[in-house]
Design a protein around this ligand. Structure first.
Ligand SMILES: [Zn+2]
Length: 438
């Protein structure tokens, strides 16, 4: 699918650097060269395949499949004054992990931008503030897509991504992370659907009115999904919004499976048997996810990918920094930048071994073993903490494909992982909505 148009000069350069410059001398980003890359395809079993050939084969696959990242918190950036999605940002200087130029470099075709609202006070005032902020972020997504309509487009249905890809554009889908902006008003579900939202993460790091969080320090409050949360899930089913259980505690997962008439998703969660973190899913949950027809989208958060070594010096330094800073919501742009720099400096001073793409594919291998190839996908969580060695920002997501190819995954399997599985769930969710509305 228009592989030549999509590949950026930087990608070609990277490809050539990784491949160690073979027959192509005097390298330019000419279409002829791109075409030659596709022709180097070889079967997986070819023992004689060089590293360079393997990368070329992987890049061709990466180009042909629809690559779809189910979770990015980039709308947080979009509402920062002066942040321009059309500009290329240096992730080391700015902390930014996604913009349109880097989506093109990484060969990412589609993305769910999640309007994320951090949990705060659950009263009328807090709820309406959350709703306004959620809608403000969605407006920012739409505005940014309109301003860059030559390279991206808003997508509402599964087919939209393929149509946009044919036009040489990236697909921008909209999600809400944390049901907090719904407040306690069921009519808000339709309001957000009408604004373009196609999945809602029921809860975030603290309990809300819908569901319990996996990480609330005060423990569970509803034993999973609340009565109102149940109403919300049913309304999501009726409208055709995917139910996302990432961040929910284990009971939320089981409740969602029981309540939802359509398959569910975990937009950014990993395997607990590989890395013991309460945000990850147990084997029992993975098996149930397969039975349900849902999908678990692998995420690039170091602490969900490998068991981190204790690092008390760093924890103390970060705690001290936070205690001496004002809340992020009250910071100016300069203050936020300074805060980020200070955090980076502390992380540099007390480093932990970072997770790598190998850890990511270890999790994928495990989920495939337990749940099967039809129930795993990718949701990087860029701009929400995601980013590891080798997949530090969106410009490097091709490294996932390279590692999948290295481990023997076929193009058909890689297509399922990158988008086929999520799209299957998306279509099924819409079909259920169609039946419920008939
Ligand atoms: Zn998250």
């Amino acid at each position: 699918m228009n592989s030549i148009i999509k590949r950026s000069p930087i990608l070609i350069l990277l490809l050539v650097l990784l491949g160690g410059c073979s027959q192509e001398t005097g390298t330019t980003s000419s279409p002829a060269q791109s075409a030659s890359i596709e022709m180097t395809e070889q079967p997986v079993s070819d023992a004689a395949e060089s590293e360079e050939e393997l990368i070329a084969r992987a890049m061709a696959i990466h180009d042909r499949v629809l690559t779809f990242d189910s979770h990015a918190d980039t709308p947080l950036r979009m509402i920062e004054p002066g942040f321009d999605m059309a500009e290329r940002h240096d992730p080391n200087d700015t902390g930014s992990k996604v913009d349109y130029p880097r989506m093109i470099e990484g060969g990412l075709d589609a993305i769910f931008f999640a309007a994320f609202v951090a949990q705060d006070i659950r009263d009328d005032e807090g709820n309406s503030r959350a709703e306004a902020l959620g809608l403000q972020m969605i407006d920012a997504i739409v505005e940014s897509a309109e301003e860059n309509s030559d390279i991206v487009g808003i997508a509402l249905d599964p087919d939209d991504a393929y149509e946009l890809e044919d036009q040489g554009k990236r697909a921008i889908y909209i999600a809400v992370e944390n049901g907090y902006p719904l407040g306690d008003d069921i009519s808000n579900v339709e309001k957000f659907y009408d604004a373009g939202v196609r999945y809602i993460t029921l809860v975030h790091s603290s309990n809300n009115d819908l569901a319990d969080s996996a990480t609330d320090p005060n423990g569970p409050e509803h034993e999973g999904i609340s009565a109102f949360g149940e109403e919300v899930v049913r309304e999501m089913n009726r409208l055709g919004i995917m139910v996302d259980v990432s961040h929910g505690n284990d009971d939320v997962f089981y409740d969602a499976i029981a309540i939802s008439e359509a398959p569910i998703i975990a937009s950014h969660s990993n395997a607990r048997a590989v890395t013991d973190h309460q945000r990850n899913m147990t084997d029992e949950m993975l098996r149930l996810m397969a039975e349900n027809g849902g999908v678990v989208q692998l995420t690039m958060l170091s602490s969900y990918l490998l068991d981190e070594a204790e690092n008390p010096e760093r924890d103390a330094a970060l705690a001290e920094l936070r205690a001496s800073s004002k809340p992020a919501s009250e910071m100016t742009e300069d203050e936020r930048l300074a805060m980020r720099e200070a955090i980076n400096e502390i992380n540099d001073r007390y480093p932990n071994p970072p997770a790598t793409v190998k850890h990511v594919v270890d999790h994928i291998d495990h989920i495939v073993d337990v749940a099967g190839i039809d129930h795993v996908g990718i949701g990087c969580d860029f701009d929400g903490g995601g980013g590891i060695e080798g997949i530090f920002d969106v410009s490097e997501v091709m490294n996932i494909t390279i590692e999948l190819v290295r481990r023997g995954y076929t193009e058909e399997e890689i297509d399922k992982i990158w988008s086929g599985n999520l799209m299957r769930v998306f279509r099924e969710v819409q079909a259920v909505a169609g039946r419920l509305q008939a």
